[in-house]
Design a protein around this ligand. Structure first.
Ligand SMILES: NC(=O)c1ccc[n+]([C@@H]2O[C@H](COP(=O)([O-])OP(=O)(O)OC[C@H]3O[C@@H](n4cnc5c(N)ncnc54)[C@H](O)[C@@H]3O)[C@@H](O)[C@H]2O)c1
Ligand SMILES: O=C(O)C(=O)C[C@@H](O)[C@H](O)[C@H](O)COP(=O)(O)O
Ligand SMILES: [Zn+2]
Length: 359
């Protein structure tokens, strides 16, 4: 098992990464779990892993909320139902909310933990690649709104994150690819060497090679942890983790939550951001081609759906949480391993980039 720490002073927490952590779960999480544990999971993950997790928690008081599957369930309605179930347990403020599932479960459970009794302990057991490399770390919790993605939520850091790569053995390949989009994101925005490593190891990652997966997860979590430690509440550089998301969130909303997976939409969004950067004379055309090649090697889309017109793009992007003074702020790469936050992008470049079709 490997471990790293998200440094946040008195709220610092460990991330444990390994390939068979379930049997020693209680030991590993001993200091992070309370006596009363409210597990939030979903209808797909529960039959696969819930009993095994409960069996490891020993003589604790355990209650469970099983939510519907999918992005469409990341709503205030599900959040409210989870809170009803939690209130019905009679659990007190010293309970732990444990998220067992992908990013949808984690984001919703985190918001339940942030709001129950004004905030209780939260532990993440992410079961998708995307949640293991990104959403379980950093404390962004949220639900979607018909007007846009993640519009309602809170910052609420977990007490611990337990990443078991064994979970990935049951993950559908489309979901694996979606997770790889966020992995590739770290390479583009912050780490050119990691990007080159991914070019070499993408076939191994797609084949679920355990060594390669562990390395990719560790490097991704290290990158995210470092950014979060530096700027927990996104006053500045944390926004770089949003590379591809201004476009991606617009795609997810426009297509109907769950039609495009989050990672797929982010992949297309990153291709658009790189395209703009090339047009602005920053990213080299050759590096842009490397990005497209790597996204394709991970079976990810590299262009937006043709059905979206410019009015829809504009409307949706203006609801992005990075908007300041009525201006949309974009995360644009300057080259591989480097990105900036900017509101200085000619509209014509954006129109061109979102409507360019590459198949
Ligand atoms: N909070 C953050 O910092 C952050 C970061 C990135 C993404 N997100 C959010 O995360 C969400 C996407 O997360 P996701 O990609 O994990 O999607 P998801 O949670 O919908 O999981 C993907 C699918 O895989 C299933 N699944 C989960 N674990 C499985 C397993 N081990 N075996 C088989 N099936 C399994 C799920 O039931 C679901 O059908 C989005 O809502 C996105 O906005 C949040
Ligand atoms: O942790 C962050 O910060 C991120 O931006 C990570 C993103 O991958 C993630 O999708 C996040 O939920 C997006 O945040 P939002 O503030 O744009 O809703
Ligand atoms: Zn994301």
């Amino acid at each position: 098992m490997q471990q790293l720490i998200v440094e946040l002073g008195s709220r610092s927490y460990p991330i444990f990464v390994g390939s068979d952590l379930l049997p020693t779960l209680a030991n590993t999480l001993q200091s992070s779990l309370n006596q009363q544990i409210f597990i939030i999971t979903n209808e797909v993950v529960a039959p696969l892993y819930l009993e095994a997790v409960k069996a490891q928690l020993g003589a604790r008081d355990i209650a469970t909320f099983v939510m519907p599957d999918g992005e469409a369930a990341k709503t205030l309605t599900t959040w409210s139902e989870a809170l009803d179930a939690l209130l019905a347990t009679g659990f007190a403020r010293d309970c732990t909310v444990l998220a067992l599932g992908g990013g949808v479960v984690g984001d919703l459970a985190g918001f339940v933990a942030a709001s129950f009794h004004r905030g209780v302990d939260f532990v993440q057991m992410p079961t998708t690649l995307l949640s293991q490399v990104d959403s379980s770390v950093g404390g962004k919790t949220a639900v979607n709104h018909p007007r846009g993605k993640n519009l309602i939520g809170a910052f609420h850091q977990p007490k611990a994150v337990l990443i078991d790569t064994h979970f990935l053995t049951s993950l559908p390949s489309r979901e694996l690819s979606a997770g790889l989009a966020e992995v590739i994101k770290y390479g583009i925005m912050a780490d050119a060497e990691f990007f080159a490593w991914l070019e070499q190891y993408m076939p191994a990652l797609m084949a679920l090679d355990q060594r390669a997966l562990t390395q990719a997860i560790m490097r991704s979590c290290r990158c995210k942890a470092e950014v979060v430690s530096d700027d927990e509440r996104e006053h500045g550089r944390r926004a770089l983790l949003n590379l591809g998301h201004t476009f991606g969130h617009a795609i997810e909303k426009a297509q109907g939550y769950g039609e495009w997976l989050h990672g797929e939409a982010v992949a297309a969004g990153m291709a658009i951001a790189c395209d703009i950067s090339v047009e602005q004379g920053h990213m080299l055309a050759a590096d842009y081609e490397r990005v497209l090649t790597l996204l394709r090697a991970a079976n990810l889309p590299t262009s937006a759906p043709a059905s979206m017109d410019w009015d829809e793009w504009q409307q949706l992007m203006l609801r992005d949480k990075k908007v300041q003074g009525g201006k949309v702020r974009f995360i644009l790469p300057r080259g591989l391993g480097d990105a900036v936050i900017t509101d200085k992008v000619a509209e014509s470049l954006i129109v061109k980039a979102v409507s360019r079709q590459r198949g």
